[in-house]
Design a protein around this ligand. Structure first.
Ligand SMILES: *Cc1c(COP(=O)(O)O)cnc(C)c1O
Length: 377
């Protein structure tokens, strides 16, 4: 925990400042606790190096500052974290870059959008809240043929369940305050890749200043020690819950990549070693039913974040996707009936009991709504 470092001599200060001598100068550039975190996550992702940030968004913005210049283009999948899409469309566009948004799952759209002027492609797989999967290796092949870098947001699965670099990605980014911390204690981000690419990113953080605090790095270091165990337990819970939801009446589609009915189940299994803790499902006949379910829950917390020890629920159409037009929401597969869960570490029986009671309340409401509609006719 320090901001600056004491040098042994004036020559030592000059040497470290110029980069001729290794060592720390100021914690906006490097800090030993932060460095430990970067090196350990890099090791888990199979990357040479990493750079930590004060948030996932800071990490994503730094990537753009490193490689996007006026006249270049960037290709981004439509199903990405909402603020990521805002950053691409609004702010990176202002840098003079051409921002091309494509379907995550349609390889032809990627093929048409990527060209020799593409600086990098950006995707998130699985996506949130609909759990679509991108074929990382195929997209990487298209990008590399044109000399473009491939950046994958791996927040949902963490390095314990997916390593995009092994499938051809050049850079991985995480919002580290989600599953990596996993305990809802801090906001953080990290970018991983080759030493050469990370040197570009480190140059940006020095100017941008969105550095990770050593205190948060220490929390995250402790979190890494339990990450694998937590992710295994979370995905076991999520799998059980997804199956249980499929068997419930008045539940529409259930979205989870661990279900063999998932249209991209085989692709998911070919690039993921687990399926994470985010799942979504459709309930009842509209917003009223979805909200009633959410408001009936006692154990599960209403929160828009993901990756805590506790199970959290959200209604994407009126929160994370509330700013989209109805048509954009429809295209994104986010209906008014959709409910998203970030499954936690509670006993699975406690989670299903909570949902079971809430679902029976929804059944009562839905029957009333149907009767009302009939009497109006
Ligand atoms: C939360 C999130 C981000 C943004 O990260 P912050 O740490 O909140 O800035 C980016 N991508 C995904 C998938 C996220 O869930």
């Amino acid at each position: 925990m320090t901001s600056a470092y004491v040098f042994a001599s004036a020559a030592d200060a000059a040497g470290k400042f110029s980069g001729a001598r290794p060592g720390n100068v100021y914690s906006r550039f490097t800090n030993p606790t932060v460095r430990s975190f970067e090196q350990r996550v890099a090791c888990m992702e199979g990357a040479e190096d990493g750079v930590a940030f004060s948030s996932g968004m800071a990490a994503i913005v730094a990537i753009a500052h490193a490689w996007l210049v006026a006249g270049k283009n960037v290709v981004c999948s439509r199903d990405v974290f909402g603020t990521t899409l805002t950053a691409f469309r609004h702010y990176f566009g202002k840098l003079g870059a051409d921002v091309r948004v494509v379907s995550l799952v349609d390889i032809e759209e990627w093929r048409k959008a990527i060209d020799s002027n593409t600086a990098f492609v950006f995707l998130e797989t699985p996506s949130n809240p609909i759990l679509n999967i991108a074929a990382i290796a195929k997209i990487a092949h298209l990008a590399h043929t044109c000399g473009a870098k491939v950046v994958v947001d791996n927040t949902l699965l963490t390095p314990t369940q997916q390593n995009p670099l092994k499938h051809g990605a050049d850079v991985v980014v995480h919002s580290a305050g989600k599953y990596i911390d996993g305990q809802g204690r801090c906001v953080a981000g990290v970018v991983l890749g080759s030493e050469q690419l990370m040197a570009d990113i480190r140059a940006v953080i020095r100017v941008m200043g969105a550095s990770l605090s050593p205190m948060d790095a220490w929390l995250l270091l402790k979190s890494l020690e339990t990450l694998e165990l937590r992710m295994a337990a979370i995905s076991r819970n999520a799998q059980q819950l997804a199956r249980w939801l499929c068997s419930q009446p008045k539940i529409g589609r259930v979205y989870y990549t661990g279900l063999s009915e998932h249209p991209q189940y085989e692709l998911a299994c070919s690039q993921q070693s687990g399926h994470g803790g985010v799942l979504s499902f459709e309930v009842g006949i509209g917003r009223e039913c979805a909200w009633h379910l959410i408001d009936s829950l006692k154990l599960i917390s209403i929160a828009t974040s993901i990756g805590d020890t506790r199970t959290m629920v959200t209604h994407p159409a009126s929160t994370t996707h509330g700013k989209l037009t109805a048509l954009e929401r429809e295209k994104a597969g986010v209906s008014e009936r959709l409910v998203r869960l970030s499954v936690g570490l509670e006993s699975p029986a406690d989670i299903t009991n909570d949902l079971g009671v809430a679902l029976s309340n929804v059944h009562v409401l839905q029957d009333k709504l149907v009767q009302l509609a009939r009497s109006e006719v």
